[in-house]
Design a binder for this molecule. Sequence first.
Ligand code: FAD
Length: 654
Amino acid sequence: MLTRKLLPVRNILPPVTKRASHVHRQRYDVIVVGGGHAGTEAAAAAARVGAETLLVTQKTHTIGALSCNPSLGGVGKGHLVREIDALDGLCGRAGDWAGIHFSILNRRKGPAVWGPRAQLDRQRYREFIQAELLSTPRLEVLEGSVEELLVTDPNPEEPGRHRVTGIRLANGSRPISASSVVLTTGTFLSGSLFVGHTVSPGGRIGDAPSSTGLSQTLRERLGLRVGRLRTGTPPRVLKDSVDLSLAKLHPPDSHPTPFSFMNTRTRCKPEEQLPCYLTYTTPGVERVVRESLHLNCHIQQDAKGPRYCPSIESRVLRFPGRRHQVWLEPEGMTSDLLYPQGLSMTMPPDVQLRLIREIPAMHRAEIHTPGYGVQYDYVCPTQLSPALQVKNTQGLFLAGQINGTTGYEEAAAQGLWAGVNAARWARSLPPAGLSRTESYIGVLIDDLVSRGVNEPYRMFTSRAEFRTSLRPDNADLRLTQKGSLLGCVSSARRDEFLRVKLRLQDAEAALRALTLSPAGWRKMMPGISVSESKNGTLSGMDLLQYKDVSFEMLASLFPEQLSPHIEFSERLKIEAVYKPHCDLSKREVERIQKEENMSLPQDLDYFSLPVSLSKEVREILDRFRPSTLGAATRLEGMTPAAVVNLLNYVQIAE
Ligand code: FAD
């Protein structure tokens, strides 16, 4: 287990205190458009921070829908879920409520890159998110489609800067005003659905795309650069028609690890968890893909698809002759369907059936819903500030797939941060920042706004330079206090966090107080080869760094001092193991933080800056307008010499 948890999972949903589709005001602090993963976190976060908030979404019953894979977390993505939870977001607790198969991925590697993941029951996930939103104070939910953003013309004193003032719904009702608007329309912006040669407008199957009015406001009125991306989903298969004896059983962890720092256990009992299964494609699958390429219009399009979650067509074309993994995953506790992860496809439905039947475990499989592809517009995220506010439009924030990311976790993380900042904007507070030295959310946002995307962006641990300190186990220590200062953390979580923090400090102090000479330790622990130390003694914390030493072993030697802290044994072990790495990177972090905080004026004329910069570098800086020196450093094309010259300029100008 990653951590020992302190509170039991809540076994009832929060009481719903209001109904959707009732608007009680004509003016809100924050309006959030879209009830997907970004929108739900944004709305809940804005309301927690104290803003009167309205969430407008096309269909209230699809709030919290998992459009594709019914799962949460994984390597990198699990880090995001834990950070969202540390800031009191919804998805971690929803995962604990809806999970039916929990596992920690990457266990063979160090805990810094473990990936908490759960297979989810779709229905339960939606149920939890909807109940949470409908019981959140200061948050109202309205079913409706937003047709247009209301924006002012640029102020003559601030040329090029519009201001958002509200929204207009497609049903022709009166406009609704707000100080800030968070747009989280996912794959719905000019969305088109693809199955075979059939192309129809849509954001996802069964849902209409966003109105053209919204795209027009973004493109024409605000002049934002917009690109096109694509993604896809596999057919859903009837469970009874699959011969699971021909696939490899993949059991869940025997002790499910909750996502949330507020839960001691998951709703699903260990023995109730459902297994997943692993199988592989065959040469027959490749043959069907190749034979049907002319019938498959999605794959022939230019728009870029997700490189790390590709369709079966892309996998076969990129790696011919290989067999590819196909995971057969349950869609819910009582669902009749299986989700064949790895078989996202967009060929005609009869060809999809032929293809899946080329896999032995699915030789008699029946399809419930065919796979399909979706193409959609995204807004190039370099046009946003680190608060996720559109640089040329005050009060307008964007979060989620609209910014070129893919995945629920990436969307939820941006949503939460945009929600916090939209609420702060509405209350005339300065934007809140999260740096890449303190969180994966910071890495995600910094990558988006300073580098942009040219394919759907997903999180990996390799994107985080300081991953030894940005671990899933310590997300609360990194972020909950900050969240509390920003007002987005409930008092219950704050109290629980303070309790844990103090207990951990006590436990570390107890370990440090246990000092012996290396010889003394060797005598007490004969099986462990304890090395010499510089000052002649080693503490219990030093010993815990040894691979073969566990907290439990030390507690059995010093029961009086250590057994009161046994509930934190795993956290303490991880902390001890990573301590030398973290100490090493601390200085580097401090240096970077200094740079991060060195802001670059947004109106700098890079072409006339009196420092030695190449024309190319000046163009890059002018195009991306990084808000800090740290962000400038990471721009593609920035040379170390250019950074030093810029640094010198900023230091003198300060
Ligand atoms: P969404 O979850 O799409 O939510 C957008 C919400 O906005 C919807 O509720 C919609 O009704 C609402 N909305 C849109 N326009 C308006 C409007 N004008 N007015 C009011 N409400 C509006 N991710 C992966 O990681 N791997 C995958 O393989 C994968 N495959 C996918 C396949 C498909 C077919 C789709 C649709 C998505 C896939 N995803 C995948 C992406 C994943 O679903 C998204 O990344 C995630 O849901 C994005 O969250 P979001 O909140 O940005 O948008």
